[in-house]
Design a binder for this molecule. Structure first.
Ligand SMILES: NC(=O)c1ccc[n+]([C@@H]2O[C@H](COP(=O)([O-])OP(=O)(O)OC[C@H]3O[C@@H](n4cnc5c(N)ncnc54)[C@H](OP(=O)(O)O)[C@@H]3O)[C@@H](O)[C@H]2O)c1
Length: 299
């Protein structure tokens, strides 16, 4: 099989930066590694350019930006999440035959998440993948389902204050949740691009999880690694949902998405069920929560 070429949209974001690094560490397996950047952000990629990355400057809605690439990976963040159908149309018109929509989290297809605001645009994008596959028989797409990133669960966004050692979390204590480190997420994502697509299929789901745990166990592990105590309070998710509604009425979509995501970790829906693809992608086991914290926290 010839070496694939891959272009990343949203490569300067929080997932994009480590993903580009991971692709570069496996550069021998790819004919070309590219990033698609708007003109105003192109300066952010000087370092990657020096390391051999092809920086394509233009619009993600322009088919010309995708010419010469087999695979496109969208890491659209909240601001451009709803514009992914335009990316898919342009990518398919530009010759991309394999598209990764911006999933990289919980399984958005769960019944319990069907009205969950944060995933609304991701679900619409899935329908657009289905429709595009009907129009273009050579078009394939992969959903990368990875669960919340371990590193992200202890950010202020989720109510964790590592200075005062206090946590105020929306939701219910001891609900199950899955986590995967961002480090493992990018490792599995790159490996997935080299895995042959199943014959006769246009859709593929890749499911990888590091550990099934609870938010409280994560906080307890953080306390253990930091050698301290955390005081944790759980507050009703309705408080976040009221703020989400206020943002909706103000047509502030970014704020609406953020408030909607606040309650996810302690809802019981931050889950990716198996069977898992970890081992067939890479036999090296994923990090445990404790290993991730020991790596990222300097006490
Ligand atoms: N599982 C988890 O815990 C978790 C955590 C975080 C994110 N995620 C998921 O990961 C995915 C990526 O999120 P992220 O946090 O990496 O997003 P992000 O940090 O917000 O990055 C968004 C990217 O989009 C780019 N962008 C914005 N406007 C653009 C335009 N007009 N043209 C080209 N690029 C544009 C930005 O580039 P510039 O600003 O440089 O233009 C940036 O690189 C999402 O699906 C998100 O839900 C999952």
């Amino acid at each position: 099989m010839s070496k694939p070429s891959v272009i990343i949209i949203g490569a300067s974001g929080s997932v994009g930066r480590p993903l580009v690094d991971e692709f570069l560490s496996k550069a021998d397996h790819f004919s070309k590694i590219g990033v698609l950047s708007s003109p105003s952000s192109a300066h952010k990629f000087e370092n990657q350019k020096a390391r051999g990355v092809d920086v394509v400057v233009g619009s993600f809605a322009d088919p010309a930006c995708y010419r010469g690439y087999d695979i496109a990976i969208s890491l659209a963040g909240n601001t451009i999440m709803r514009l992914q159908p335009a990316m898919i149309d342009a990518a398919a018109a530009g010759g991309v035959t394999h598209f990764y929509p911006s999933e990289f989290g919980s399984d958005t297809a769960q019944d319990s998440l069907k009205n969950f605001r944060y995933f609304q645009d991701k679900r619409m994008t899935r329908y657009h993948c289905v429709a595009t596959a009907k129009l273009h028989p050579q078009f394939k797409y992969t959903y990368m389902l990875t669960a919340p990133f371990t590193e992200w669960t202890i950010m202020p966004f989720h109510g964790v204050d590592r200075t005062t050692k206090k946590v105020v979390a929306y939701g219910t204590k001891d609900m199950p949740m899955d986590v995967t480190s961002l480090k493992d997420t990018v490792r599995y994502t790159v490996a997935s691009t080299l895995l042959p697509f199943p014959e006769g299929q246009q859709k593929r789901e890749i499911r990888v999880v590091g550990e099934r745990t609870t938010f409280q166990r994560i906080v307890d592990t953080l306390a253990e690694v930091e050698g301290c105590q955390y005081e944790t309070v759980y507050v009703p998710v309705e408080g976040a949902l009221e703020k989400m509604d206020a943002a909706r009425k103000a047509e502030d979509e970014e704020a609406e998405l953020e408030w909607s995501a606040k309650g996810l970790l302690n809802s019981g829906d931050a889950i990716v069920d198996g069977p898992y693809d970890n081992e067939r992608l890479d036999p090296t086991p994923p990090e445990t929560v404790k290993q991730t914290f020991e790596r990222i926290i300097r006490v």
